[in-house]
Design a protein around this ligand. Structure first.
Ligand code: C2E
Ligand code: CA
Ligand code: CA
Length: 722
């Protein structure tokens, strides 16, 4: 049996070498496109491996020393990583992966980080130094050989014809001699080779025929000056057509040779073939501006284009579609990255087919994020057409691993006059708008709207501030009494969380609970609310005279859907109740009707376990979720909380008869299922009376008390007792 690639063999029991190898692979993948190395990627990786080992050993060393960082920096330059981008990428890879793959448990994490940072510094400094030395050395070598060739040639001309030829033929640089009328007299072998290998192809030409469309105009002006004896030499980058039509790029130095008396006699051309280097540069430029996977322009090129578009002048307009695939992560996670990659390639091809008109461009700017840009007049209509076309081409399923996948996308559109906007601003607006399309269910486009942007930006701000808010103790809880409709005594209270935001003041839960839900912070936040509320209930039970109240005060705590799905729900709740010493029967968890619609047994199980222990479960906002009443039987709930909207219907005089009928029906159904009914949003005595007559058990609302500090309960329940 063969050992699969990447498995730790017996020689590497801890997998250290294996991880080092993976680090080297990542590093070489990142840096290879930015090198001028003649090696293949795999060979290049072999070069990096010893450097990676130096870094790892430095990270692990008993006494730390930065020298290996310097060795690695110089090593990179020696390995032809002379494009500064190679350094950038190297630092990025070290930052993200060195500790991950080559870290050690024997050092505290912050020490590893510090070592990593110092290695990066030394590496960068040594890299810069080595690059400078190398560049200087190269420049000197070129200058020396040009000078040598020139003075040797002059000497030779003045001396003997034989020696002249020896210099000529031995030179690694292309050398040609012409008379002042432009006739080619002598060329060396190197120069002949540059032009394709046939000497007469070169010899038969007059220099003035070697015009190329990319010549800058002053080339021929300087040439005129030189042959007239008004200039000693000049140096340009110049292209030539070879006889077969291909192009030769050169660094050309043309010098005037004078005779012993100083009169102009010949012209001497020294040529260095730069065709390969130019191609390499073009390739590097291509690679730096295109996405390796899909071949589409990448973020860099897109930004360049967008920048150009935005600075195109006062009347110019642009339209931008920002596309993010819906549910791409799920496909990637379930089918693996190579299938994910194939999907992206397919999407890229389809997108490209949508934007073929003049002034249109498609780019991939992130994992599953693409943009399409359109310019020119009429972008208002063009950009929505483009978005329609994109959604349309995506709608054909993609076949992967024998299965069909439907790819959907959300598009944010920004359209308008180019003037006065920066690319970053436009992209942010498009991104926010794309999220709006996603939030509205995806598979659609939305148009940017400055007001919605502003709202989204505050939302974004709140979202990022949430985690620290919990640490800093910016949340607090208000309690709203729950009152028995028969005798008006206080039964308990609902805990309602608030955020005392340092800039925006006190924020209600509707502003931040959905965000906390979205980011997952709701789990720790909910746990905190539970603990505080249970503590508060325990305190009330100890402090308030129970006999007068008709039973111990109870506490209602809201649970959001994400908490319901969290595997620790039951254990956390039990732990809090036991630690604080509150009987389970004193706690009621409120779950919204909509969170339980369509719930399967797995989701209900934790609630069922809690209910079996004696915790009450209330169905909150009942009547808004259109749940099947017959379904109630299946759910582990013991309380229905009728939504505020029913109570509002009772505000009118006379009360809405349909609402009355509905409430009456719900109450009798609930009672037949042995569920208690609580009503919310009771604002007047008339409503309270009406609801009491309809058979509701408990009420909550401003008529009794607004949500407030816990002390409010003391006053109210003591008033009851009296
Ligand atoms: P809810 O559970 O339906 O809470 C009742 C809401 O009605 C509260 O709004 C309360 O202040 C308000 N209210 C009470 N009496 C009246 C009244 O007579 N008239 C009117 N018009 N309104 C009344 P609040 O505090 O803004 O809470 C909004 C929602 O935020 C809650 O709705 C609940 O779903 C959620 N929430 C509050 N605290 C938490 C929490 O700790 N965790 C979770 N997951 N959600 C919470
Ligand atoms: Ca509630
Ligand atoms: Ca409610």
């Amino acid at each position: 049996m063969s050992v699969p690639e990447g498995a730790a063999g017996p020689a590497d029991p801890d997998g250290l070498e294996d991880r080092l190898r993976r680090f080297a692979t990542i590093w070489s993948r990142a840096v290879f496109p930015a090198t001028a190395t003649p090696l293949t990627r795999a060979e290049f990786e072999e070069c990096l491996l010893p450097l990676a080992r130096l870094l790892r050993d430095a990270l692990h060393a008993r006494s730390f020393d930065t020298t290996p960082g310097g060795t690695v920096g110089a090593g990179l330059v020696a390995a032809h990583c002379t494009d500064p981008e190679a350094l950038n990428r190297t630092l990025g890879v070290i930052d993200s992966y060195l500790i991950l793959y080559c870290g050690t448990d024997e050092l505290p994490a912050e020490d590893s980080r510090a070592r990593c940072a110092r290695l990066q510094h030394t590496l960068a400094a040594a890299y810069a130094q080595a690059l400078r030395e190398r560049t200087l050395a190269e420049q000197e070598a070129i200058a020396r050989s040009a000078l040598a060739a020139r003075s040797d040639a002059e000497d030779a001309l003045h001396a003997t014809q034989t020696r002249f030829h020896a210099v000529f033929e031995g030179a690694a640089i292309g050398i040609g001699i012409g008379d002042l009328d432009g006739n080619v007299l002598e060329v060396n072998d190197t120069l002949t080779q540059m032009f394709g290998g046939l000497e007469h192809h070169v010899r038969s030409r007059n220099i003035s025929e070697w015009v190329h469309p990319e010549d800058s105009p002053h080339v021929w002006r300087m040439y005129g000056e030189l042959v007239r004896g008004e200039r000693e030499h000049f140096r340009v980058e110049k292209a030539f057509y070879r006889n077969d039509g291909t192009v030769l790029w050169t660094n050309l130095t043309l010098s005037l040779l004078r005779d012993a008396e100083g009169a102009p006699q010949y012209q001497l051309a020294l040529m260095e073939d730069t065709t390969e280097r130019r191609l390499l540069n073009l390739r590097l430029r291509y690679e730096a501006t295109h996405d390796a996977l899909t071949g589409l322009p990448n973020r860099t090129l897109f930004f360049e284009r967008l920048e150009k578009t935005l600075s195109a002048g006062d009347d110019a307009r642009f339209g931008l579609c920002y596309l993010d695939l819906d549910g791409f992560k799920a496909i990637n996670d379930s089918l693996g990255h190579s299938s994910g990659d194939r999907l992206l390639v397919e999407v890229a091809d389809r997108l490209q087919s949508c934007a073929t008109a003049q002034g249109e461009m498609v780019a991939r700017i992130g994992g599953d994020e693409f943009v399409a840009l359109t310019t020119g007049p009429g972008t208002e209509g063009k950009v929505t057409d483009l978005a329609d076309r994109i959604l349309n081409v995506l709608s054909t399923p993609v076949r992967l691993e024998g299965r069909e996948f439907t790819v959907r996308g959300s598009i944010g559109i920004v359209e308008g006059p180019s003037a006065g906007r920066s690319p970053a601003e436009v992209l942010r607006s498009a991104d926010i708008t794309m999220y709006r399309a996603k939030a509205a269910g995806g598979n659609r486009y939305e148009l940017a709207d400055p007001e919605a942007d502003a709202r989204a930006i505050t939302r974004h701000g709140l979202t990022t501030a949430l985690p620290t808010a919990l640490e800093r103790g910016e949340f607090f809880i208000e309690y709203q009494p729950l009152v028995d409709l028969d005798d008006g005594t206080v039964h308990g209270a609902e805990a309602l969380v608030r955020w005392s935001h340092p800039q925006h003041g006190v924020l209600g839960p509707d502003r931040f609970i959905p965000l906390a839900e979205h980011t997952g912070l709701i789990v720790p936040l909910g746990r905190w609310v539970l603990e505080q509320s249970v503590r508060q209930a325990r305190f009330w039970q100890q402090e308030l005279p129970e006999g007068a109240l008709g039973g111990p005060l109870r506490i209602n705590v809201n649970l959001s859907p994400a908490q319901l799905h969290h595997p620790g729900l039951v254990a956390d709740t039990v732990e809090v109740l036991e630690r604080i010493g509150l009987p389970p029967g004193s706690l009621c968890l409120e779950v919204t009707e909509s969170a339980l619609i369509g719930a399967d047994e797995d989701l209900l199980k934790p609630l069922r376990q809690l209910a079996e222990m004696g915790v009450d479960i209330a169905l909150d906002d009942f009547g808004t979720g259109y749940s099947n009443l017959a379904n109630l039987r299946r759910l582990p709930v013991s309380v229905l909380k009728l939504d505020r909207s029913f109570t509002q219907g009772m505000q009118q005089h006379p009360a809405d008869p349909v609402d009355l009928k509905i409430v009456e029906g719900i109450v009798s159904l609930a009672h037949s299922l042995e569920l208690a009914v609580t009503v919310e949003g009771v604002e007047t005595g008339a409503q309270a009376e009406q609801l009491r007559r309809l058979g509701c058990d408990t009420a909550q609302g401003w008529y009794y008390a607004r949500p407030g500090p816990p002390e409010q309960l003391h006053t109210l329940s003591l008033a009851d007792a009296v």
